[in-house]
Design a protein around this ligand. Sequence first.
Ligand code: 1GP
Length: 240
Amino acid sequence: MNIYQDIVSAKKEVKKLLAVLIDPEKIDIKKIPSFFEKIHQSIATHIFVGGSTDKNNQTEKVVSAIKKATNLPVILFPGDVQQITNTADGILFLTLLSGRNPEYLIEQHIKAAPVLKQTDLEIIPTGYLLIDGGNETAVQKVSHTKPISQNNVDLIVHTALAGQYSGKKLMYLEAGSGATVPVDASIINEVKNQLSIPLIVGGGIKTKQQLKTAYQAGADLVVIGTAFENDESFFNDLRK
Ligand code: 1GP
């Protein structure tokens, strides 16, 4: 499995990707097999596992159960170094470029480095931009950083470009889990036009129409968590 190359190929072929985000704090491990039956009938292509926090250290257990239930690539989307487990296939090595908190710009990365060195995880350097989704989200609270306003398109684009020039291989536009409003299509479109690396968009996407809008605006991979947590029948709307 080469997760990154597959994302790049999909982008070239304009084959849109969908990641289901599983929060280890919220999922009931017993329900993973039935949850994945639904995922497999849907257009989902990737599984992201992570959350801003994992108070009970469930990530490893959850990822092991997921690996038994699926052949889809399982990628860590960690809130911090505690959420690293070798049982996954890869990790988004996130840098919170929209914020100015050194903890999420470099400190966590230094703590993670010796841990990652001991794993076989595919490490994907990812620029992570928190964009204002209309409400205060967990990322904002935990990272103690402010999101960029959706009105400040230049700052968003310039930050994303700076990330690409610094060597990030993916760019993630994040409105935050449970955002009231997702990242606007015009912003996705502008970032898409300026960047050459694949673009991930997530936060607050709860309908098939919003998913379609994000894809049409230029998202290569969309991440959805809350909408599936709240209503598994949403998978029926996204059947293959
Ligand atoms: C959050 O982008 C993801 O990190 C998904 O957000 O839970 O709102 O789908 P939702």
